[in-house]
Design a protein around this ligand. Structure first.
Ligand SMILES: Cc1cc2nc3c(=O)[nH]c(=O)nc-3n(C[C@H](O)[C@H](O)[C@H](O)COP(=O)(O)OP(=O)(O)OC[C@H]3O[C@@H](n4cnc5c(N)ncnc54)[C@H](O)[C@@H]3O)c2cc1C
Length: 318
């Protein structure tokens, strides 16, 4: 990387702490940082980074990331675009709008479908990249098109659902080559009475989740569920219990900790931190969990949480 980049645009700051920009509240600083409120700023920042061979990392609301204690080298971009509007049943949402704001807007305009995702923290950009899920419902079931910037060419491109290769915890955006600007969602037009039911469902999901999940200092589920192939290979069967089943079986829930990171007492797949925790505490804890599951079941859990700024993933089986 170029150590003396030329003409840093005014909108880019240097050495910005990231611990207050992610839910674990750990991690070091961004070498360069922009919280961009316009496409013009996003494009000029990307061009500057490309001209200086500086790597680009995008973060959303930080609900599913773990940032290295050494921080992130290069430019970190937060897409703070906040507009939302609709025509008939097609909702167009900017990447920086939260999932809950999107659901509220939809229900206020008699549009349903998204309420299953109530209370899932994060931005629409992050939710699209991760393809958020609630039981069998995937956000991609509703996505029509995505407007994005190709980080190499800085061109704005519109792609559709099939291009995006969505699956469980999967999308082409995880390649980190594209910056999502906005997303269009096709929703169901509801009568007033059906909207009231949908609102009730949303409220109930919010209540349920507040009883089961930690309110802060977590990334939700740390590990992803096993794929059918992985499970079949280890057990000769295609029945795959959730990864939390295996974690619970090895007795980590509410029991295992490392430094100021621990496994949540109500959910074996959720790690939480306390004031003063480091990302290294989380890595050590998660690694212990992987080793325990591997030893008992011959399965190696992989993180759903996106690992940023590490020279090498701390979670690869050695
Ligand atoms: C308490 C809790 C409960 C949760 N429950 C669920 C759940 O039920 N279901 C579920 O699926 N997830 C769940 N999650 C995980 C998390 O909410 C989602 O993954 C969410 O979509 C993350 O969005 P974000 O904006 O915070 O993205 P971040 O965590 O900031 O980033 C996640 C990924 O998206 C990329 N990204 C972010 N914005 C953009 C953009 N504009 N363009 C391109 N790439 C981008 C980042 O590079 C990163 O790879 C939970 C998390 C928490 C803390």
């Amino acid at each position: 990387m170029n150590t003396k980049p030329s003409n840093i645009p005014e909108c880019i700051k240097k050495q910005v702490p990231l611990d207050n920009k992610n839910w674990f509240r750990t991690g070091g600083k961004a070498e360069y940082f922009i919280e961009a409120k316009s496409i013009v700023d996003i494009k000029s920042a990307i061009r500057w980074a490309n001209n200086n061979t500086i790597p680009i990392t995008i973060i959303g609301h930080g609900a599913n990331i773990l940032i290295s204690d050494d921080g992130i080298q290069g430019l970190v971009v937060i897409v703070d675009l906040q507009s939302i509007n609709h025509q008939n049943n097609i909702l167009t949402v900017d990447a920086g709008v939260s999932v809950d704001q999107t659901i509220n807007y939809a229900l206020n305009h008699n549009l349903g479908g998204l309420e299953f995702f109530t209370s899932i923290p994060g931005s629409i950009g992050g939710a699209t990249c991760m393809n958020i899920h609630y039981f069998d419902a995937l956000l991609s079931d509703y996505i029509q098109t995505i407007q994005m910037i190709d980080l190499d060419s800085t061109e704005i491109i519109e792609v559709d659902r099939s291009w995006s290769n969505f699956g469980y915890n999967q999308s082409k955006f995880l390649s980190k080559k594209y910056l999502i600007i906005s997303v269009t969602l096709k929703l169901n037009i509801l009568t007033d009475i059906k909207t009231a039911y949908a609102q009730g469902r949303s409220d109930e999901i919010r209540r349920q989740r507040s009883r089961r999940y930690p309110p802060a200092r977590t990334c939700g589920s740390f590990f992803q569920n096993f794929s059918t192939d992985e499970y079949k290979h280890a057990n000769g069967s295609t029945k795959i219990p959730h990864v939390a089943y295996y974690l619970e079986s090895v007795g980590v829930k509410g029991q295992l900790s490392s430094g100021k990171a621990s496994v949540f007492s109500l959910h074996a797949n959720m790690l939480t931190t306390e004031e003063g925790a480091t990302s290294n505490d989380i890595c050590t804890l998660a690694r212990m969990m992987q080793e325990k599951v591997d030893k008992k079941f011959g399965l190696w859990p992989k993180p759903e949480c996106q690992i940023l700024g590490f020279k090498q993933s701390p979670f690869i089986k050695t």
